[in-house]
Ligand binder design. Sequence first.
Ligand code: NAD
Length: 298
Amino acid sequence: MAERIGFVGLGIMGKPMAKNLLKAGYSLTVYDIVGEPVEELVTDGAARASSNKEVAANSDKIFTMLPDSADSEIAILGPEGVLEGAASGSIIIDMSSIAPLVSKKIAAECAQKGVEMLDAPVSGGEPGAINAALAIMVGGKQEVFDGCFDLLKTMGSNVVLTGDIGAGGVTKLANQIIVAANIEALSEALVLAQKAGVDPEKVFNAIRGGLAGSAVMEAKGPMMLDRNFTAGFRIRLHQKDLRNVLQTGQELNVPLPVTALIQQMLGALINEGESEADHAAILHFLEGMAKVEVKRGG
Ligand code: NAD
């Protein structure tokens, strides 16, 4: 019998990822607490479930793509949740970016019912999700990973097992430190250029091919110059990721001074009503302090 796949959480990332599973020919059952993306997936050929439990009851492997640790806990372990419907031998693959300790806790509860789990957060943003070009960092048992590899490859170009359950999350936290620091540094650089009267677009074009160039600069530089802060990756989600980074650092006695600073900036931006803006809006924090607005032409 063909493998039956479930998908829970059809937001910015989950919706295009689920579509790629459909395109690859998998039979898919979906659910989200919001109706609209479910309708869209059903139009594309997915089966509709009325709860997370029902998704699991109709699936051998169940993907979840939810905002935060508490959401994964509720959707998987809560009433009408994935675990209630999951049969022994099925596999839950949580692709949400959540705290590694929470992944371990969820996996331990799943194991009591004979259900395996991988934590498999992603990087690459909405374009990566649409183009099946995500970097997928996975924690869990080697044999479970091997059994899910082909499925994961329908959503990502780079799928790597980095260790036991929770290791995917730790890898994602490392990724988020680097992305946040890059966006913050790019913001400082463009604000400085602007205030110095040098066209920030020319600065961007002059340095993008050198050592300062990066995938972050290529993705976020044009957004800053266009004054386009439509998410992409929401400020509130990056603040959540850096909170998880700092909590993990605290548990392990690892000082993370730059991450802590940027996490405070993200908090301030949320107070300014920018919670749903793209994380490129870190620029606004630096612009606010310098009293200048970055724009093409200087
Ligand atoms: P989103 O807020 O757009 O989507 C989350 C979806 O989960 C929503 O549709 C919501 O209705 C649904 N949901 C919430 N609780 C639910 C529940 N109990 N049952 C069923 N559905 C539920 O978020 P997103 O941008 O798609 O991000 C998802 C995860 O991926 C986050 O952990 C985020 O940090 C991570 N991530 C996002 C990006 C990005 O660029 N957006 C990139 C990499 C990783």
